[in-house]
Design a protein around this ligand. Structure first.
Ligand code: SF4
Length: 516
């Protein structure tokens, strides 16, 4: 630890006490010795360290299997990396790869004893699980179309990499009070979902020295989870070459002053609520002198960070194809099929969006017909029109220790049923999370479904679901508002149909669900 601990006079929780004894990143040092022994010999108090290696002990917790997440800054993979992701699924992950709402991938059934060789293979292709979970800077999200997007102010790919490299493996920032989420995006439709991140850089312009300068305004203190908050605007303007310094200063302030008493109240959003934005901004300006006041925000709408369908790129003659991956889950073989298509028709690249979907960039106009006729598109849609195409869902009770209810297994049949009943000209986003932690962004959906504990009429414990409506990140954001009642899995289709029928019957032409 190369910094002075300033929070030692706080009453701190047990994770904090443990982290003072051993840094989270030491898990990589410990692993070669740990795997020489049976998993059952590991004390449960050690499980929190696995998080820093992108690992969560999978339920049931005594079997020695993990959920493993890989960081993919901005969701961009070269094809060697993408091929390895497919191979990992088929070799260690029982043939399944899940796409996340932070442009990363995750696996289940990763065997404990194979971790050193799995990590070595991931590192060989230039990827890492380090910091994919844990109290550390997480995967940095970006505009999924950066560099090929007609609706961005400028290319943000290098800025994302600069910030990633500033923090990755840096032990000055490996003991934060909780996770820290960064969004960098210059798409004018808020493709980085700014307001649900701890720190978000959003596209802005400012007149400087008689010239219009492109850069970012900054929001801080957003985050979902049990107590969601929308990011708040600071009065600063940041040029792309200042982003890494500003990010480092913000993370330093959070590290040194963030609350560490209750893990439920340790995210940056609680420090911002305590201090107020002005005090935080003053402290930030002391660390990064000379920051300009905020510029003109260039945000004009909200895309939800999804990029579905076939659309022209900024580069004339080229198209990107956004492929709907229902429930964000696909087989290693299907992932490989997309890699093969990209190899044959695209460039050295596959991308992931925020809606748990895949993007094939750089398809030449002359090849579009051939690509669209590929066998894999009999199973995956490239003409987004269904409710299923716009929905997202989290891991749920199948593997997640915190879940109250099933998610991925019920999501596809549920939305397929709704797609038989309704057709809308504008997307309606329906998301399903297995608990209040909100990993599938229930709070910003048109209709959010959350798994809860419930009881049957006979009084037995059961999985239940509650509904909320009206979420969006338009105009700074608005969270969903809860509806009354709990529903069983079998009641969900009818409950959702009642809401959608109301919308269909009463909406004005072209009126979105949010405006309705
Ligand atoms: Fe697990 Fe809850 Fe997150 Fe779903 S929302 S992945 S159930 S913690």
């Amino acid at each position: 630890m190369s910094y002075k601990v300033t929070w030692a006079d706080q009453r701190i929780n047990k994770n904090e006490k443990a982290k003072l004894k051993e840094d989270g990143l030491d898990v990589f040092k410990d692993l070669p010795e740990l795997v020489k022994h049976p998993f059952s010999e590991i004390d449960k108090s050690y499980y929190m360290y696995f998080k820093f290696a992108g690992l969560t002990v999978q339920r049931p917790q005594d079997k020695g299997y993990f959920m493993m997440r890989i960081k993919i800054p901005g969701g961009r993979l070269n094809l060697k990396q993408a091929e390895h992701i497919a191979w990992l699924a088929n070799t260690y992950g029982r043939g399944i790869v899940d796409l996340t709402t932070r442009q990363a991938v995750q696996y289940h059934w990763i065997p404990f004893e194979k971790l050193p060789e799995i990590f070595a293979g991931i590192n060989d292709v230039g990827l890492t699980t380090m910091g994919a979970e844990g109290d550390i800077t997480r995967n940095i999200v970006d505009n999924p179309l950066s560099g090929i997007d007609a609706n961005e102010l400028f290319d943000t790919r290098q800025t994302v990499l600069d910030v990633y490299q500033r923090f990755q493996g840096n032990r000055d920032y490996s003991n934060l009070p909780r996770k820290f989420k960064i969004s960098i995006n210059s798409n004018i439709y808020n493709a980085g979902n700014a307001e649900i991140n701890d720190l978000a850089f959003i596209p802005a312009t400012k007149e400087l020295n008689g010239q219009t300068t492109r850069g970012f305004n900054v929001k801080i203190g957003g985050g979902l989870g049990m107590l969601p908050y929308l990011g708040l605007a600071m009065n600063i303007f940041v040029t792309p070459d200042q982003v890494a310094d500003v990010a480092e200063a913000v993370v330093t302030l959070y590290r040194d002053y963030g609350p560490r008493r209750s893990r439920a109240k340790s995210r940056l959003k609680f420090l911002i609520q305590d201090w107020g934005v002005q005090k935080f901004e003053t402290a930030l300006r002391e660390k990064v002198p000379g920051l300009q006041t905020a510029g003109h925000s260039e945000i004009v709408g909200w895309s939800n960070g999804t990029a579905l369908g076939v659309h022209p790129q900024r580069q004339a003659g080229y198209y990107y194809i956004g492929v709907s991956v229902p429930a964000g889950r696909l087989s290693g073989d299907d992932f490989q099929a997309f890699v093969d298509l990209a190899k044959k028709y695209g460039r050295d690249e596959l991308r992931l969006d925020h809606g748990q979907n895949l993007i094939l960039p750089y398809i030449a106009e002359k090849d579009l017909a051939a690509v669209k006729s590929a066998e894999v598109f009999k199973r995956f849609s490239i003409t987004p029109h269904r409710l299923l195409d716009f929905g997202t869902t989290c891991t749920g009770i199948e593997y997640c220790n915190l879940a109250n209810a099933h998610t991925k297994e019920i999501f596809k049949p549920l939305l397929n049923e709704l797609d038989k009943r309704f057709t809308f000209e504008k997307p309606v986003t329906i998301t399903l999370t297995g608990c209040g932690n909100n990993c599938a962004h229930r709070s910003i959906a048109d209709i959010g479904i959350e798994g809860v504990r419930a009881r049957t009429q006979a009084g037995d414990h059961a999985e239940g679901y509650v509904l909320s409506v009206g979420g969006s990140l338009l105009n700074g954001g608005h969270f969903t508002e809860p509806l009354k009642g709990k529903f069983s899995k079998d009641q969900l289709a009818d409950a959702l149909s009642a809401i959608l029928q109301d919308y269909q019957d009463q909406k004005l032409p072209e009126e979105s669900f949010y405006d309705f």
